[in-house]
Design a binder for this molecule. Structure first.
Ligand SMILES: [Zn+2]
Ligand SMILES: [Zn+2]
Length: 128
């Protein structure tokens, strides 16, 4: 059964370098993560210095998003739902999740994402 893992490289800020992978064991997750984040590793052939921790996803989301095969996750809605963000992300004032381009785009006026909807007094409310 595949589970989501958050992979990070020891000694590197997880803000800068982390990956979400689906694997059945921690070791598998570390292997996938090492390949994905190899530019941060002295020796990409070992999983030394690579840490994998269970990602914080609800059971509901795990069931919804679980892929058929182990892999590195790249779907923006999944990364967003797990709390990842990109360099150009905005953060929703309400749920705190990051935008991934159009996915969960944050309103420039009320600061809320497309999933939370606009604030009561936002002029974009009800419109586009
Ligand atoms: Zn939101
Ligand atoms: Zn708004």
């Amino acid at each position: 059964m595949l589970r989501p893992f958050c992979v990070t490289i020891d000694d590197v800020d997880p803000e800068e370098c982390s990956a979400l992978v689906w694997a059945s064991t921690v070791l598998e997750a570390r292997g996938l993560g090492a390949t994905e984040l190899s530019e941060w590793l002295d020796d990409p052939d070992t999983v030394e210095g690579v840490t994998a921790e269970p990602a914080s996803l609800t059971d509901e989301h795990v069931q919804l998003w679980r892929p058929a095969e182990r892999k590195v996750e790249r779907r923006p809605e999944v990364l967003r739902g797990t709390g990842f963000h990109r360099d150009d992300s905005d953060f929703c004032d309400d749920c705190g999740l990051a935008s991934f381009g159009d996915v969960g785009a944050v309103c420039p006026e009320c600061g809320m994402c497309s999933e939370c909807g606009h604030a009561e007094d936002c002029s974009h409310r009800g419109g586009s």
